[in-house]
Design a protein around this ligand. Structure first.
Ligand SMILES: Nc1ncnc2c1ncn2[C@@H]1O[C@H](COP(=O)(O)OP(=O)(O)OP(=O)(O)O)[C@@H](O)[C@H]1O
Length: 278
């Protein structure tokens, strides 16, 4: 079992009254599953993801990640687990604005003791994996929202984590860019990645094979998706990307997680959207 959560509770005591944000949550996720987390605002999704990611600790209960009991680790132990086992993708991207895509993706490897050549090689491979081979020297303000999110995914992948956690990774993107991100996640999942993704959109959740629902801090439903939507098929239905449409991306064919549009064709659109990409 990749993720094993039992009797998990989280109580915040920061305000005047304690907030019971998670109540007796139980969940098991096998290696290789693709799970989405849904629920109204305030239902506990972020709290749950923060605990899964080792960014916060539960008040009580057990959380095992890849066999390691996380809830009993100290800060140093937790930081190690985060660095080695978990890849994060956030809605607001969290990239360093002054650094190129390549340097951003190299960041998680800086502390892993790899030499510069190995770092560049692995970062380049990760960027190729998300279809950004031709953009490795671009800075975030030279990329579309969808491309920035792909850099963030490459960065999350580069240490080969046991699990990928994504909090609203398509939340700031248009339909096509969102589908492109889902195509990458589906591709990674088919190669064996375990992924847990928070989304407010059912259309996005239906790309995963299991949806769990939170309400008032409780995990109230856990359902299997019989025929998950295939993002590559959805992209075909959307038709060809319009050259002038803001933030349109480049993945347009099955398996084509590579650049389909020559660099020069996208430059003008990029210039037009500078500044609103994040
Ligand atoms: N640091 C904190 N201190 C006190 N209360 C908190 C803290 N973080 C979250 N909460 C409370 O815990 C509950 C769950 O919040 P959480 O952010 O996990 O919900 P969510 O489902 O992620 O919501 P959203 O979809 O709006 O992001 C809410 O009542 C929230 O106000």
């Amino acid at each position: 079992m990749m993720i094993q959560v039992s009797g998990l509770n989280k109580i915040y005591n920061s305000g005047e009254h304690p907030v019971h944000a998670l109540i007796e949550v139980n969940l098991e996720v096998k290696a290789g599953e693709f799970v989405s987390v849904m629920g109204p605002s305030g239902s506990g999704k972020s709290t749950f993801m923060n605990i899964l990611g080792g960014l916060d600790t539960p008040t009580s209960g057990s959380y095992r990640l890849d066999g390691i009991e996380i809830s009993s680790l100290d800060d140093t132990g937790m930081a190690k687990v985060r660095n080695r086992k978990i890849g994060f993708v956030f809605q607001n991207f969290n990239l360093l604005p002054r650094m190129t895509a390549l340097r951003n993706v190299e960041m998680p490897m800086l502390y892993a003791g790899l030499n510069a050549r190995e770092r560049v090689k692995k970062a380049t491979t990760a960027l190729e994996r998300v279809g950004l081979a031709g953009r490795i020297d671009h800075r975030p303000n030279q990329l579309s929202g969808g491309q920035i999110q792909r850099v963030a995914i490459a960065r999350a992948l580069v240490n080969e984590p046991a699990v990928l956690l994504a909090d609203e990774p398509t939340g700031n993107l248009d339909t096509r860019s969102g589908e492109e991100i889902m195509a990458i996640f589906q591709d990674l999942n088919r190669s064996g990645a375990t992924i847990v993704l928070v989304t407010h959109e059912l259309d996005i959740a239906l790309h995963t094979s299991r949806i769990i629902h939170f309400r008032d801090g409780r995990l109230e439903a856990d359902e299997k998706v019989e025929n998950p939507l295939d993002a590559v098929e959805q992209l075909k239905k959307l038709g060809p990307a319009h050259q002038n449409s803001p933030r349109s991306g480049e993945i347009s064919a099955p398996g084509a997680l590579t650049e389909a549009v020559p660099h020069s064709q996208t430059l003008s659109a990029e210039q037009g959207r500078k500044g609103d990409a994040r």
